[in-house]
Structures are given as structure tokens and as C-alpha cells.
Design a binder for this molecule. Structure first.
Ligand code: MG
Length: 249
């Protein structure tokens, strides 16, 4: 099942829906598939598929990316937060901040939480996950180096594009993922290169902070990170998910 959140300009309403071909069947909430009404997908604006209270991201979670950065493989996940105000939908514009002169893409698999919880055992994480989405952990690389921590570099408004939808039936353990900049593939890896798996990350994070419905976890980026320039189009492409497309200005 593919779920999303949509806006109808004519009727000025926002709603969650399930995508079925060219149609969207409206539902009461992102995790409550009671159908109420049917819409034409082409006539709707795509919003972020959920409205997270927090976006938790993982710093260094691909083996070859750790090698590229000349950093040791971490013993535990390195976590950081991106503010929910950084969320940006599919086709939204990433705003290049005046403070920075180096803004990078980072292709990542996003986990969307369905059910809140804490201290979730690794074997039970499936029950808490709604599904998966494409995520771009946009980063002002120069500010990341200057600040020594990442709140500013990764926290600008529009620096958390994700979507367009959430795929609820997907095995995340070995998916090809890529970043495509102006039509050229510049990151290409598989989720099987992750150091910490999806169930491990959900369990680990839930032992630190309470997970809430709609929270999003960005699971880290593979090797091949690099800059975007004003006017570029960036696509995050993960097999089994719809492409996430954004431009930067
Ligand atoms: Mg990242």
C-alpha cells in the first residue's frame, strides 16, 4: 500500500490518502485506511506523507561511506535531530541559505513510524513501522565543519525533503538507492551496506527517546556525497519507492 498526504486547491482541503493507480482514496489518518472519498491524483498537490514531530537521523551508517570519510566504523549509531520545520515535500524547493557556500545532497532510506513506543525490542519493530520513503538529508557541509555539531548545518528550513509517499509493503534490507543530480547518477549503493539495520535502529532510538506516530528516521547515506548548485534538480531514487524530486534555488 502506498499512502500520502495531499492538498486540493479548489476545495482547499488537506487529507491523507491511499494511491491506487491514477486515483487517491481519502482516509481518516495516515494509519487508518477507512476510505471516505475518491480523488484524481493528477489534480492534487503532494504534501509530505506525514507531519513528523521529530526527524531523527543517523550520522554514519554505510561501510563504504565511513571509508570515504576516512572514519572508523562506529560501535553504536551516531544520532542527530533535524527539526520538523525542515520538512519539504516532493517537488518542493530546497532554499540555498545565504550563510553557506556548500550544500550537499545525501540519499537516504526514511523509516516512517506508525505507532509510538519506547524500549521497543528489535524483533517487534515491524509493528511500529508504517513503511518507507525516500529522504534527502540536505547538509550545509561548510557549516557542519565550522560548528562541530550539526544543528545549523542540517536544520535549515527545507533541508529535510522526503516522500512523495510511504510504501507499507517493502523489505528494506537490500534495496538499491541512488541520488541523481541533473540526470546523472552521483550516488549508487544498496541498503545492505548499512552498518546498523532498520530493526536495530528503531529499537536503539526507542531506547533513547519516545517514538511517536508520524516520526521519521533517516537511516544514513552511502558513499558519493557531493554538492548541489542553485538551479539543480536532485532525485532520490530507491527501488520499490516513487522518486523524490526537488530543485534547489
Ligand atoms: Mg545523512
Amino acid at each position: 500500500m502506498k499512502t500520502g498526504r495531499f492538498y486540493d486547491r479548489e476545495k482547499k482541503i488537506e487529507f491523507f490518502g491511499i494511491i491506487e493507480g491514477e486515483k487517491v482514496r481519502q482516509i481518516a489518518d495516515f494509519d487508518k485506511p477507512d476510505i471516505t472519498e475518491e480523488w484524481e491524483l493528477a489534480k492534487l498537490e503532494v504534501l509530505t506523507p506525514v507531519m513528523p514531530k521529530k526527524i531523527i537521523a543517523v550520522g554514519l551508517n554505510y561501510k563504504r561511506h565511513a571509508e570515504e570519510m576516512k572514519l572508523p566504523i562506529p560501535d553504536e549509531p551516531v544520532l542527530f535531530l533535524k527539526p520538523h520545520t525542515a520538512a519539504l515535500p516532493h517537488k518542493g524547493v530546497i532554499r540555498y541559505p545565504e550563510m553557506s557556500s556548500r550544500v550537499d545532497y545525501e540519499a537516504e532510506l526514511g523509516i516512517v513510524i506508525a505507532k509510538g513506543g519506547r524500549n521497543i525490542p528489535e524483533a517487534e519493530t515491524d509493528k511500529y513501522i508504517l513503511g518507507f520513503t525516500a529522504f534527502n538529508d540536505v547538509t550545509a557541509r561548510d557549516l557542519q565543519k565550522i560548528d562541530g555539531q550539526w544543528a545549523r548545518a542540517k536544520g535549515f528550513d527545507t533541508f529535510a525533503p522526503f516522500g512523495p509517499y510511504v510504501e507499507t509493503d517493502l523489505d528494506p534490507s537490500d534495496l538499491p538507492l541512488a541520488a541523481v543530480l541533473n540526470g546523472r547518477t552521483i550516488q549508487s549503493s544498496r541498503t545492505s551496506d548499512m552498518i546498523f539495520s532498520v530493526p536495530f535502529l528503531v529499537s536503539f532510538i526507542s531506547r533513547v527517546m519516545t517514538l511517536e506516530p508520524g516520526d521519521v528516521i533517516a537511516t544514513g547515506t552511502p558513499e558519493g556525497i557531493g554538492p548541489m548548485e542553485r538551479g539543480d534538480e536532485i532525485i532520490i531514487r530507491i527501488e520499490g519507492l516513487t522518486d523524490l524530486v526537488n530543485i534547489i534555488r
